[in-house]
Design a binder for this molecule. Structure first.
Ligand code: ZN
Length: 252
C-alpha cells in the first residue's frame, strides 16, 4: 500500500500539476485529498476537474464549504476570493453540465475518512472542518491530549499549511528535522501528521508540499513549480488581492 496525500490546493493549477507529475513519476496511483481544493487562487474549475479525475478520496475543506454556502469566519481577502470562486463555478461560465458536476462534487465531499486506526481530516479529528492544530500548540498540552484521546493511531490533516509531525509527548517535528524528511509511524504510539499545502505553503518554503504514506513510512515531499505564473494570474484578477500572489513567492 503506497498512496499520496495532498491538501490545500487552493485553486493553484501550476502547483497541483507539478505535484501530480511528481506522484506519477514514482508510480503511485492512489491519491487522497484532505480538502480546500478552492479559495485564494486563480484556477478553481481546473483544480476541481483534476481532483475529480485523480483522487480516490477527497474531503471537504473550509474554503470548499465557504464556496458552497455563505463564508463565515474568513478575513476580508479570503472572503473576497471565496465570492469570486463561487462566481467562477456558476453555470454561465462554460458548459452548464460541467459546472453542475463540479458543484455536486464539492457538495458531496465527506468531512472525515477512516481506515482502521487511521483517520483523515481537513482540520482536526475533533472539528474536521475548522480546527487548526499549529506547531505552537505543543505549548497547549491539554488541547493535544484531547485530540490524541480521539485518535487510535494516527490522523492525517492539513488546514494550517504547515507540514510536520505531532507526537503524544507534545513534540512537533518539521520535515527538515526528520531524517531524510521521513517519519516511521512504528516509532510512536500515536501521531498527527500535517501533510502541508500543495498550493499555498506557509512554512517559508515556496515549493508545493505533500506526503507519501507507504505502510508505516510517512515521506514528506517538496516540489518546485512555476509560482511566477500563478502570481501573474492572481495579479490580473481584481477580486484576488495581490498579497495572495506575493505570499506564494515566499511560502508564507
Ligand atoms: Zn487551506
Amino acid at each position: 500500500m503506497k498512496r499520496a496525500i495532498i491538501s490545500d490546493i487552493h485553486s493553484n493549477l501550476e502547483a497541483l500539476e507539478a505535484v501530480l507529475k511528481d506522484i506519477d513519476s514514482q508510480g503511485i496511483t492512489e491519491i487522497y485529498c484532505l480538502g480546500d481544493i478552492v479559495g485564494y487562487g486563480p484556477n478553481p474549475r481546473e483544480c476541481i476537474d483534476l481532483v475529480m479525475q485523480r483522487c480516490k478520496v477527497c474531503l471537504l475543506g473550509n474554503h470548499d464549504q465557504g464556496a458552497l454556502f455563505d463564508p463565515e469566519g474568513f478575513n476580508v481577502g479570503a472572503e473576497k476570493a471565496i465570492f469570486w470562486t463561487r462566481e467562477q463555478l456558476e453555470e454561465h461560465h462554460g458548459n452548464p453540465a460541467e459546472s453542475l458536476k463540479r458543484w455536486d462534487y464539492l457538495g458531496e465531499r465527506p468531512r472525515i475518512h477512516k481506515e482502521g486506526p487511521i483517520v483523515y481530516v481537513h482540520g482536526s479529528v475533533r472539528n474536521p472542518l475548522n480546527e487548526y492544530v499549529f506547531p505552537e500548540d505543543i505549548y497547549s498540552p491539554a488541547k493535544l491530549q484531547k485530540l490524541f484521546s480521539l485518535i487510535e493511531k494516527c490522523s492525517f490533516q492539513g488546514h494550517t499549511h504547515t507540514p510536520g509531525v505531532f507526537t503524544e509527548q507534545c513534540e512537533f517535528f518539521s520535515p527538515e528535522e526528520l531524517p531524510n524528511g521521513e517519519f516511521d509511524l512504528k516509532s510512536v504510539s500515536k501521531a498527527m501528521i500535517n501533510v502541508g499545502s500543495v498550493g499555498q505553503p506557509r512554512d517559508g518554503d515556496p515549493r508545493a508540499c505533500y506526503v507519501i504514506q507507504d505502510e508505516d513510512r510517512v515521506i514528506f515531499r517538496r516540489v518546485p513549480y512555476n509560482y511566477e505564473l500563478t502570481c501573474e494570474k492572481i495579479y490580473a484578477i481584481p477580486e484576488l488581492d495581490n498579497f495572495l500572489g506575493d505570499r506564494l513567492k515566499e511560502g508564507r
